[in-house]
Ligand binder design. Structure first.
Ligand code: FAD
Length: 448
């Protein structure tokens, strides 16, 4: 009798262990059949914003309590692609396997988020998994809409002189095209949508200018900056310096010119002239064209009406980063409607604010930390020099160093080329970098 009940108890324990193991697998496996998973913090997007915030929260809420949904298997340090396009860095130095940057203790679902249900705190993936969350952080970046320029997708495939630093699939075309450019028309474009790193369309142009000068070909190539904007840069201080620069370097700037089509057979690029009721267009012959494609928030987010504003970007409070409607949802980085220049540098500063505010919400309090719009754009002006633009909301200049950063400086280029990558991989992605705010205060004796 005692032996029998002992056996039953052992059997029961065994069955319980199997069920427990199956539950564990159901909650945390990254593959397997359709099932529901739960977590305290769900991060959608494993880019700059997603990984750096996940790294902080897994330390707070513990192993197994953070899930990251990210479809790709490679993480890129995109900020380095300008130097890759200019032939000054290797593309292979800009990437790492995604699994190596997923913070330890986080669970990674390698899939796309295809449906947000903020009323029921769930996100569904393309593979059919539904993830329940207590708190959601959205860091999905920007979608590159190459197809919105007629003929561009094909031209990028077939014409070696049509290039773009903006995608991992095309950035390696830029330098060979530059090396082959002997004479004619070079065009650099800027679209009519928000983009990542608003300085990048110009940086590659200044590198091209420098490259052609160093190789004795500059007099044979006419350089055009065709921008959909009405200004060369959004912050007056840096805009003034850049206007001086283009004039000194003999670069033609065509404002309000928005690229709409490329005809690779005719080697022609068509631009609509904005702000003109007549719907005027103008064609330019090209021998080299660097295209910055139109961009938007990813379709799945754009189509989630309850989460986005009228422009399709995640609708968050620009200072607290909390969603305007759902208090358990926060946003970070390029996919949000925060009115500042979309950069990794901005994300560094947003990281600290998001961490403090979401932690307060988790503890039952209210958000209190405020983001000041800090962002930075190292405007590479040659292979040796850079203007380090740093600013916040409404174009307020927020320079870290006690020197005029509007001047082209060798030190700033060294910072961009050699120091920033280490900060990115070793500190930021591990959740230890809030941007240079502390150093700025120190260097300005607490006044800035
Ligand atoms: C050429 C170039 C030059 C730049 N120069 C600089 C610079 O000098 N300084 C600087 O600070 N910044 C620079 N940037 C900008 C910087 O790289 C971005 O601002 C930053 O990476 C944005 O981070 P994010 O997390 O918002 O988006 P990303 O890093 O782009 O990550 C978004 C992630 O979301 C994932 N995702 C998308 N859709 C889904 C989905 N449906 N489900 C799940 N996941 C999804 C993507 O796969 C991606 O991994 C540059 C960028 C480029 C391209």
């Amino acid at each position: 009798m005692a032996l029998q009940s002992g056996r039953r108890l052992l059997g029961l324990k065994f069955v319980r262990r199997i069920i427990a193991q199956e539950n564990e697998i159901a909650m945390f496996s990254t593959t397997g059949p359709t099932n529901a998973k739960s977590c305290k913090v769900l991060v959608v997007g494993g880019g700059t914003g997603g990984i750096s915030t996940a790294a902080r929260f897994v330390k707070k809420v513990g192993k197994g309590n953070v899930i990251i949904i990210e479809p790709t298997d490679t993480h890129y340090y995109q900020a380095m692609w300008t130097l890759v396009g200019g032939g000054a860095k290797k593309f292979t130095d800009t990437s790492k396997p995604m699994k190596s940057v997923i913070p330890s203790g986080c669970n990674w679902i390698q899939d796309k988020a295809v449906k947000f249900d903020p009323e029921n705190n769930t996100v569904t993936t393309e593979g059919g998994e539904t993830v329940n969350y207590e708190y959601l952080i959205i860091g999905m970046g920007l979608q590159l809409n190459f197809e919105n320029v007629k003929g561009l997708v094909d031209a990028l495939k077939t014409d070696p002189n049509v290039v773009s630093n903006y995608s991992p699939n095309t950035v390696n075309k830029t330098f060979p095209a530059l090396q082959n450019l002997k004479n004619g028309e070079a065009i650099f474009t800027f679209p009519s949508t928000p983009i990542k790193c608003a300085g990048a369309p110009q940086k590659i142009m200044y590198l091209a200018d420098d490259y052609l000068r160093k190789n004795g070909r500059r007099d044979n190539v006419h350089i055009n900056f065709n921008t959909a904007l009405g200004v060369i840069f959004g912050v007056p201080k840096y805009a003034e310096r850049l206007r001086e620069l283009v004039s000194k370097r003999n670069i033609t700037v065509n404002y309000t010119h928005n690229l709409t089509a490329i005809d690779a057979d005719k080697k022609e690029a068509v631009f609509e002239i904005l702000g003109n009721d007549k719907k005027e267009t103008k064609s330019f012959k090209y021998d080299f064209i660097h295209v910055t494609p139109p961009m938007s928030a990813p379709d799945v987010l754009r189509n989630s009406n309850r989460l986005v504003d009228s422009t399709g970007f995640l609708d968050v409070n620009k200072e607290t980063l909390q969603h305007v409607k759902y208090k358990n949802i926060f946003g970070i980085g390029d996919c949000t409607n925060i009115p500042t220049s979309k950069t990794a540098a901005a994300i560094a500063a947003q990281n600290g604010v998001l961490y403090k505010n979401l932690s307060l919400v988790m503890e039952g309090g209210n958000v209190s930390s405020k983001y000041d719009g800090y962002t930075s754009c190292p405007l590479v002006t040659s292979y040796e020099r850079c203007i380090l633009a740093e600013f916040g909301f409404d174009g307020k200049v927020m320079e870290t160093f006690p020197v005029d950063q509007g001047k082209e400086r060798r030190s700033m280029l060294l910072l961009k080329k050699h120091v920033m990558p280490t900060i990115y991989w070793e500190a930021m992605l591990r959740g230890y970098w809030n941007g240079p705010g502390v150093f700025r205060k120190l260097m300005h004796f607490g006044k800035s």
